[in-house]
Design a binder for this molecule. Structure first.
Ligand code: ATP
Ligand code: MG
Length: 396
């Protein structure tokens, strides 16, 4: 029988668990994505075997989350996550269960999952197990909580943001009762760690329909609770799509009135993301009053320049703006892209002057860099030497 997933290792994991007398199925996002004819990002297997029993079946395993029933099985050069059927205890802190209970039936396991479309399972021969009409919701493109919505969000407030994220990623609507429960329980999102929130927002920004999700975020108060609001809806619409999650963060740090530092600190952005949103903010602010200079093209990367220009376009209707191709052409036409491209270095300066090395070489390399960049001399040994010897003499 043809295999649905490319990962032959995952089939081998199920086969071996079954031989050992356990039940094992594909579950969650992988099954959903298969039915949507999309390639699954990660394949999860759920099993009746308890972690020790899983470990007894395979030679190589890693305890990644034993307390939650998850064992990573290393097999055929792949790492497959295998999780014991479980239910979750009470959630006194609204973000993680006080304890998990291993259970023997798949039904109990599927009941604890967030949405009907994520509560689908599939046997290794491709038979779908659908206890909550998940396939119907998939066909109708609806996100519906499994069971009592308010209770499910009360247990784990992150699920509200997951619903909103899926509405962007899948371009699905959130079922009315589930949406109402998000409105009613939005304030509980404060119990969720910022790291988990950020992961969902990253996915939301780069989804198929971020506008749909952001509209829900703002109208449900979730946005306000997350300190992620804007009244610049038209501008936001024009700034979409975001090519990367960083562009989404940059929008809020540039247009929505939160400073880049505040946003980066609040959402614990990585250094790379922090630098990106700061650069976009800086370029955009300058762009409001002037055209890009040679140094702007030189100092900033293409992603930052393009993103700032996109935001400029989104916020200043009448201005003539540059296309991505214009920006690429302008940057590529610079005589050098970085200091490393210069054909001379400090040693050349020492040789030409007969002086010994020191901080002065760095200072003059900087001057040469600017001279080449602004076309005062070509990036050739002869030209640079000419320009340098002349200016160096003048300054002395
Ligand atoms: P993605 O495509 O982003 O991986 P996913 O649905 O696979 O989406 P995961 O975070 O990988 O999401 O979780 C795997 C499965 O675990 C989900 O499909 C769902 O069944 C269950 N799940 C994940 N997070 C929760 C949660 N907070 N509450 C209940 N069930 C959850
Ligand atoms: Mg997944």
């Amino acid at each position: 029988m043809a295999k649905i997933f490319d990962s032959s290792a995952s089939y081998e994991v199920i086969r071996r668990l079954e031989i050992a007398g356990h039940e094992a199925v594909f579950v969650g996002g992988a099954v959903r994505d298969h039915l949507l004819k999309k390639t699954a990002k990660d394949i999860d297997i759920a099993t009746s075997a308890e972690p020790d029993e899983v470990k007894a079946v395979f030679d190589n395993t890693i305890d990644v989350g034993i307390a939650h029933g998850t064992v990573l099985v290393l097999i055929e050069n792949e790492a497959i996550e295998v999780t014991t059927f479980r239910t979750e205890g009470t959630y006194t802190d609204h973000r993680r269960p006080d304890h998990v209970h291993f259970v023997k039936t798949l039904r109990e396991d599927l009941l604890r999952r967030d949405f009907t479309i994520n509560a689908l399972a599939m046997t290794k021969s491709g038979q779908i197990i659908d206890l909550f009409d998940g396939e119907k919701d998939l066909n109708e493109r609806v996100i519906r909580a499994v069971g009592n919505q308010a209770e499910r969000f009360h247990e784990d407030a992150l699920r509200m943001l997951r619903a909103v994220r899926f509405s962007s990623v899948l371009d699905f609507d959130i079922e009315a009762g589930t949406l109402q429960a998000i409105h009613d329980n939005a304030h509980q999102i404060k119990h969720v760690s910022i790291e988990r929130i950020k992961i969902e927002l990253d996915k939301l920004f780069t989804g198929v329909n971020p506008m749909k999700a952001l509209n829900i975020l703002f109208s449900s108060q979730l946005g306000k609770e997350l300190s992620l609001c804007t009244d610049k809806m038209e501008e936001l619409k024009r700034a979409l799509p975001f090519n990367t999650a960083s562009e989404g963060w940059a929008f809020f740090a540039t247009i929505a009135g939160i400073t880049p530092s505040e946003l980066a600190n609040h959402f614990k952005l990585s250094n790379e993301e922090r630098n990106f949103i700061k650069a976009v903010h800086k370029i955009y602010t300058k762009r409001l009053t002037s055209d890009y200079t040679i140094n702007d093209y030189y100092l900033h990367g293409l992603p930052e320049l393009k993103c700032a220009e996109k935001f400029f376009h989104a916020t200043s209707e009448d201005s003539v703006t540059l296309t991505d191709l214009d920006i690429e052409a302008n940057k590529n036409s610079l005589p050098i892209q970085s200091k490393q491209d210069l054909v001379v270095n400090g040693k050349d300066l020492i040789e030409w002057t007969g002086l010994s090395g020191g901080p002065w070489t760095g200072k003059w390399i900087g001057k040469i860099e600017q001279a080449v960049l602004h076309g005062k001399c070509e990036n050739t040994l002869i030209d640079i030497k000419d320009w340098f010897m002349n200016d160096f003499k003048c300054e002395k």
